[in-house]
Design a protein around this ligand. Structure first.
Ligand code: FES
Length: 215
């Protein structure tokens, strides 16, 4: 495998492939999307490098991916590659992208820099996750709005229940059977009341979890 040795101060002791240097010197898709559908920040606390990611989504496909990265040459190059690989991928395809794909695409990374390949991938997955949470919450609000028009204010009823549970002892834990879309779970979480919630429908549980994560 061919590596080139950089002689500048920043990369003096590093060994990178030509492909890495190409992406480091001319990173693709750098920037920010103002009306992004999903956003994320991902970082590696061990070295302090981090990225900010914005995505546009069309029909469950990553239509655009922009980022800003603060980090080493490998962090910049790997994020540039992820942006290239991600654009045009469906969520399913994007979920299958791994850090190994990034390393392979770049023709290898020095051992001590392999962890850098996680950054872009983590950022991509987190931005998709953020998009899903926002979309789910939008649907949740639309649904509640519809019920309100029919005379049922579900969030308000759940808040009233939470108020009535205010006197519970500190160690109490409420068991909810039938989470639904998570209205009660959210009201209790906002009131700081511990809750265990179960539902026979996996879909409803997923929806409730996404709604709780929106908070
Ligand atoms: Fe940690 Fe590059 S050294 S991401």
């Amino acid at each position: 495998m061919k590596f080139i040795r950089q002689k500048n101060i920043l990369e003096m002791e590093s060994e990178y492939t030509e492909k890495v240097m190409e992406h480091f010197n001319n990173p693709k898709n750098v920037g920010e999307i103002r009306d992004a559908d999903g956003r994320a920040r991902a970082g590696d606390p061990s070295c302090g490098d981090f990225i900010l990611v914005w995505i546009k989504v069309k029909d469950d496909t990553v239509a655009d991916f922009k980022y800003k990265v603060f980090g080493c040459a490998a962090a910049i190059a790997t994020t540039s590659v992820v942006s290239d690989l991600a654009i045009g991928k469906t969520f399913e395809q994007a979920a299958r992208l791994t850090d190994d794909d990034v390393v392979t695409y770049l023709g290898g990374l020095p051992e001590g820099k392999k962890h850098c390949s996680f950054l872009g991938i983590k950022g991509l997955q987190a931005a998709i996750d953020d998009y899903r949470i926002r979309e789910n919450y939008k649907r949740f609000e639309q649904r509640n709005k519809l019920y309100r028009k029919m005379g049922y204010d579900i969030p308000k009823s759940c808040k009233d229940i939470a108020c009535r549970l205010d006197d519970l002892s500190e160690n109490a834990n409420v068991l909810e059977i039938g989470s639904g879309k998570g209205n009660l779970a959210i009201a209790l979480a906002v009131a700081g009341i511990p809750l265990t919630s179960i539902d026979r429908s996996g879909e409803e549980q997923k929806c409730a979890i996404l709604n709780a994560r929106y908070l």
